[in-house]
Design a protein around this ligand. Structure first.
Ligand code: FPP
Length: 262
């Protein structure tokens, strides 16, 4: 968790002060299609505007002091979309890598991929691996791109690898599973944001999100700007995470405003 001094906040933002910034924010970027439909535009235009918005939100995350951001770019279920749309989403990933990588590296963003590379066209899979390698020394913002990702699939792979490693059943704990999922070296998301008014996790970070705060907004992803993002972080700051304990326990252990990673 990053806590800015009030001087830093005054100079950094013209937005209201953020006193508690979640270390890890995960985002379900939903509503590109509806955004386009509302304007009589093709779905592809919604994805194009959604991609532009992603750029802005990555910059805002760096500005607000978020340390890890995980974005849901393509789910294992998205393969069942029309072939043309699947191809478009693949092309978008390639285009983002081709056009944005250098700038992202200069801005201190470390790109990681979570999900399965198997099934993705080999040339694109290679680009993803190279992009991760190219930015591996950065530490200003870790950007996990969930692409060909499914939460249940992730748990299945974790269990398969645990079995392959010959770990005895009685030695398997929650920590073992956490050690075998894609985000094993990262803290769980503090906050999961979903745009476009839906209230589902849709197979996103279902293991890691067990104690995450969830924030939903009716705003479609292309319109979810830094002000909306800031409002989500402000709302997070107002909530108290209890991790199954009572308010009294939390207050006596940590003081009134606490966070697991503070
Ligand atoms: C959900 O909107 C969005 C997606 C399935 C794709 C998200 C992708 C981007 C924002 C572009 C960035 C992508 C990459 C690969 C970096 P939807 O199409 O389900 O919208 P709808 O529910 O309104 O139809």
């Amino acid at each position: 968790m990053v806590v800015f001094t009030s001087e830093e906040l005054q100079t950094k933002f013209e937005l209201p002060q953020l006193v508690k910034v979640p270390a890890h924010v995960a985002i379900i970027m939903d509503g590109n299609g509806r955004w386009a439909k509302q304007r009589g535009l093709p779905r592809s235009e919604g994805h194009r505007q959604g991609t532009e918005n992603l750029r802005r939100i990555i910059r805002a995350a760096v500005e607000f002091g978020v340390q890890i951001m995980t974005i849901y770019a393509f789910s294992t279920e998205n393969w069942s979309r029309p072939r043309r749309e699947v191809r478009l989403l693949m092309r978008i990933l390639e285009m983002v890598i081709d056009r944005e990588l250098r700038e992202l590296r200069e801005e201190g963003v470390q790109i990681r991929h979570i999900g399965e590379l198997q099934g993705i066209e080999p040339r694109l899979a290679r680009k993803v691996v190279d992009a991760c390698h190219y930015t591996r020394d950065n530490n200003r913002l870790i950007l996990n791109v969930a692409f060909n990702y499914g939460g249940r699939d992730e748990i299945v792979h974790a269990v398969q690898n645990i079995v392959r490693d010959g770990i005895a059943a009685e030695r398997i704990t929650e920590q073992t599973i956490s050690d075998y999922i894609y985000t094993s070296d990262l803290p769980d998301p503090d906050l999961i944001i979903r745009t476009s008014g839906e209230f589902r996790l849709s197979n996103f970070l279902i293991w890691q999100g067990a104690y995450s705060e969830i924030y939903t907004t009716p705003t479609y992803w292309p319109d979810f700007d830094r002000h909306h993002f800031h409002a989500a972080l402000l709302e997070y700051g107002r909530r108290q995470r209890r991790f199954g304990k009572t308010d009294e326990q939390i207050e006596s252990e940590f003081g009134a405003s606490v966070d697991r990673y503070s």
